[in-house]
Design a protein around this ligand. Structure first.
Ligand SMILES: [Zn+2]
Length: 144
C-alpha cells in the first residue's frame, strides 16, 4: 500500500499548460522569430537551467518542443538549458524526457506557463485596448 497513490491536483498546472500551448500555437505561425532581446529576457526570467535548475555558466537555447517535432525558435518555445540537459534532451518529447530524468515535470510546466504569461501579449491587454475604444464614446453609466 502506497499512500502516494492519490493523484496530486494537477488541474491548475494543466490549465496553465493548455493556455501556454494555445499561445505557442498562435506563435507557431511565425517561424524562428526569437530576437536577442527576447533571449536575454528569457535568461533573466528563468535565471538558470529551465529543466534541472542548475545555474551553469553557459545556458543554451533549447526548444521545448524540438525542431524535429515541429517546434521553432520562438519566445514561446525556447527556454535556457544547461549544456548537459540540452544534449540529453536532444529530440525527446519534453515531458517524457523530464520523467525519465526524474526531473520535476510539473514545476517546469508551471514555471514555463507563468513566465510566458509575463512575457507574451495577453488577452487582457487586447481587452484593455478595446476598453480604450469604448472610452471614446460618451459614458452612459455615469449619466444615471
Ligand atoms: Zn540542466
Amino acid at each position: 500500500m502506497q499512500p502516494r497513490r492519490k493523484y496530486p491536483k494537477t488541474r491548475s498546472a494543466a490549465t496553465s499548460a493548455r493556455y501556454a500551448k494555445r499561445r505557442k500555437n498562435r506563435l507557431a505561425r511565425v517561424d524562428n522569430d526569437l530576437t536577442d532581446d527576447q533571449w536575454q529576457t528569457l535568461l533573466e526570467a528563468w535565471g538558470r537551467c529551465a529543466y534541472c535548475q542548475g545555474d551553469g555558466a553557459a545556458l543554451q537555447r533549447d526548444c521545448v518542443q524540438p525542431v524535429s517535432r515541429g517546434g521553432r525558435y520562438t519566445l514561446g518555445n525556447v527556454v535556457p538549458a544547461c549544456a548537459s540537459c540540452n544534449a540529453s534532451k536532444h529530440n525527446s518529447e519534453v515531458t517524457s524526457w523530464l520523467r525519465r530524468k526524474k526531473l520535476d515535470e510539473r514545476a517546469f510546466l508551471l514555471r514555463h506557463a507563468t513566465i510566458l504569461q509575463q512575457l507574451l501579449p495577453t488577452e487582457e491587454e487586447t481587452a484593455a485596448s478595446m476598453e480604450h475604444a469604448a472610452d471614446e464614446r460618451p459614458a452612459e453609466e455615469s449619466a444615471s
